[in-house]
Design a binder for this molecule. Structure first.
Ligand SMILES: [Zn+2]
Length: 135
């Protein structure tokens, strides 16, 4: 798998804080309810914290009460990459940034949230950077 933005491990470690590195580059998961964007309602665009790729819009963010920021779709399908993840003994779909390959979270579907897609992109706040809309 090759990405538009490729950096060595040492370069990522230098650019990211240890907490950011653990999630983005080692597929870690933030504890629920502590992320800076869990309940954020601010209008704007959420970008990848590692490379700035625009990933999600506040328009698709919804209250899932799961403890992490949740979106019902990405800004565009080509912004993210999906990878099957069976590490927890169940089949989950990992969501990564399509530009740099950094881990963002997972996507679940058919949970009955009543969103247009019936999908929940469960994303770590620390993987994202919100740029509030002007005005
Ligand atoms: Zn990225």
């Amino acid at each position: 798998m090759s990405y538009e933005i490729e950096k060595t491990d040492a370069e990522w470690r230098e650019q990211l804080t240890p907490a950011e590195y653990a999630v983005l580059r080692q597929a870690g998961t933030e504890r629920p309810g502590v992320g800076e964007y869990t309940d954020t309602k601010t209008e704007g665009v959420y970008s990848c914290r590692a490379c700035g790729n625009e990933l999600f819009s506040s328009e698709t963010k919804f209250d899932s009460h799961c403890g992490w920021p949740s979106y019902f779709s990405p800004l565009a399908e080509d912004r993210v990459q999906y990878i099957e993840d069976t590490t927890m003994g169940m089949r989950r779909v990992e969501v990564r940034c399509a530009k740099c390959g950094s881990h963002l979270g997972h996507v679940f579907e058919g949970e009955g949230y009543g969103t247009p897609t019936d999908q929940r992109y469960c994303i770590n706040s620390i993987s994202l950077k919100l740029r509030p809309a002007a005005g």
